[in-house]
Design a protein. Structure first.
Length: 369
C-alpha cells in the first residue's frame, strides 16, 4: 500500500498513485516495498516534503518531478541506472540513492540545501567535476568503482567524506575541504597521500588497508585526533609528524622496523604498532597521556629503560623476543591490563612482587609467562 500523510496529520493508504486525492495537501509519501517498476511521469505534489520509494524495481525516476518543497528523497535499493539530468529540488536536505546500479551522477545537480548524500553501493566510475553542493555535510560514495576523486570538490561545508571500498589510487593534491572532520578511505589502492591535503579541521583520517609505502613528511593536520593507517606497506613513519592533537595512532600490520625517535605527540592516548618488524621502541618515549600501548607480534628484544608513561593502563607486548622486564614498569601505578606471554621472560623477585601486588589490587588481564 502507498502510505500518504496530509498536512492536517490525516493518514491514508492507497493501492495506486491514480487513487491519491487532494495532492496539494500531501506532505509525505511512502511507497516502499510496493513492487513498483516506475513512478508517475508527472509527480505534481507541490507541498510534498518526504518521498520514500526504496525497495522497489525502479530503473529510473521521472525526468520532471514538480516537488519544489521536497526535503527528503530515498530511492535506495532499486535498479536505477541513472538519475534525472535535471535534479531541481531547491529544498532537498537528504538524498539516499544507495544500492542501485548507477554508473554516474548528473553533472549539474541543483541541490543548494542538500546536507546528506549517500550514493554508496552502486557502480559509479567517477563523480561530477564540480559537485557544487554548498551546504553538504555528509557524503558517502563507498563501495563503488571510483579510481579518483574530483580535484576541486567545491564542498565548503563538508564534515564527513566516506569513500572506502573503491579503486582509488590517489587522493586529490589539494582537496580544499576546509571544514572536513572525517576522511574515511580504507580498502582502496592508495600508494601515497598528498603533502598538502589542506584539511585544517580534519579530526579523523582512516586510510588503512591500502598500499601506502610512506606517509607525508609534513602532514600539516593540526587538529587531527585519530590516524588509522594499519595494514599498508609502511616501512617507517615520518620523523617529525606535526600532529599536536593526535589521540590515537594505529599503524599495526605494516613493515615498520622502527618508530620515530622523537615521538612528539603530547596528547596521544593510544598507540598500536603491533604486527610489524620493530626490534626496539624509542629510547625516550615521553607520552605523558598515553593510556594504551600495543606492541605485540614484533621482534623486540628489550623495552626502553626510561619509558615515561605515567598514566599507562594497558601494555601488550606478547610474541616478541624480550628477555627481561624494564624496571620502569614499577612506576606504572595505573596499569590494569598487561600481556608479555610468548617471550620466555624470567621474573625477577622485584618484578614478581610488583605483579603480585598489582594482580591483587587491580590487574584484570594478566599474561606474563
Amino acid at each position: 500500500m502507498i502510505k500518504v500523510i496530509y498536512s492536517n496529520n490525516r493518514f491514508k493508504k492507497y493501492k495506486t498513485f491514480e487513487q491519491i486525492s487532494n495532492c496539494e495537501m500531501i506532505i509525505s509519501i511512502d511507497c516502499s516495498y510496493h513492487g513498483l517498476t516506475q513512478l508517475p511521469e508527472n509527480m505534481n505534489f507541490p507541498n510534498l516534503q518526504k518521498l520514500i520509494c526504496s525497495y522497489n524495481q525502479l530503473t529510473q525516476l521521472p525526468e520532471n518531478m514538480n516537488l519544489p518543497n521536497l526535503q527528503e528523497l530515498n530511492c535506495s535499493n532499486n535498479q536505477l541506472t541513472q538519475l534525472p539530468k535535471n535534479m531541481n529540488f531547491p529544498n532537498l536536505h537528504s538524498f539516499d540513492c544507495l544500492n542501485n546500479k548507477l554508473t554516474q551522477l548528473p553533472e549539474n545537480m541543483n541541490l543548494p540545501n542538500l546536507h546528506s548524500f549517500d550514493c554508496s553501493n552502486n557502480k559509479l566510475i567517477q563523480l561530477p567535476k564540480n559537485m557544487n553542493l554548498p551546504k553538504l555535510h555528509s557524503f558517502d560514495c563507498s563501495n563503488n568503482k571510483l579510481t579518483q576523486l574530483p580535484e576541486n570538490m567545491n564542498l565548503p561545508n563538508l564534515h564527513s567524506l566516506n569513500c572506502p571500498n573503491n579503486e582509488l589510487t590517489q587522493l586529490p593534491e589539494n582537496m580544499n575541504l576546509p571544514n572536513l572532520h572525517s576522511l574515511n578511505c580504507p580498502n582502496n589502492e592508495l600508494t601515497q597521500l598528498s603533502e598538502n591535503m589542506n584539511l585544517p579541521n580534519l579530526h579523523s583520517l582512516y586510510c588503512s588497508n591500502n598500499k601506502l609505502t610512506q606517509l607525508p613528511e609534513n602532514m600539516n593536520l593540526p587538529n587531527l585526533q585519530k590516524l588509522f593507517c594499519w595494514r599498508n606497506k609502511l616501512t617507517q613513519l615520518p620523523e617529525n609528524m606535526n600532529l599536536p592533537n593526535l589521540h590515537s595512532l594505529h599503524c599495526s600490520n605494516n613493515k615498520l622496523t622502527q618508530l620515530p625517535e622523537n615521538m612528539n605527540f603530547p596528547n596521544l592516548q593510544e598507540l598500536n604498532c603491533s604486527n610489524n618488524r620493530l626490534t626496539q621502541l624509542p629510547e625516550n618515549m615521553i607520552l605523558l597521556k598515553l593510556l594504551k600501548l600495543y606492541c605485540y607480534h614484533n621482534q623486540l628484544t628489550q623495552l626502553p629503560k626510561n619509558m615515561n608513561l605515567p598514566n599507562l593502563q594497558a601494555l601488550y607486548c606478547s610474541n616478541n623476543k624480550l628477555t627481561s622486564y624494564p624496571l620502569c614498569i614499577l612506576n606504572f601505578i595505573h596499569l590494569h591490563e598487561i600481556s608479555f606471554d610468548n617471550n620466555g621472560i624470567e621474573l625477577s623477585p622485584q618484578i614478581a612482587q610488583f605483579f603480585s601486588r598489582m594482580q591483587h589490587k587491580n590487574l584484570n588481564n594478566y599474561e606474563c609467562l
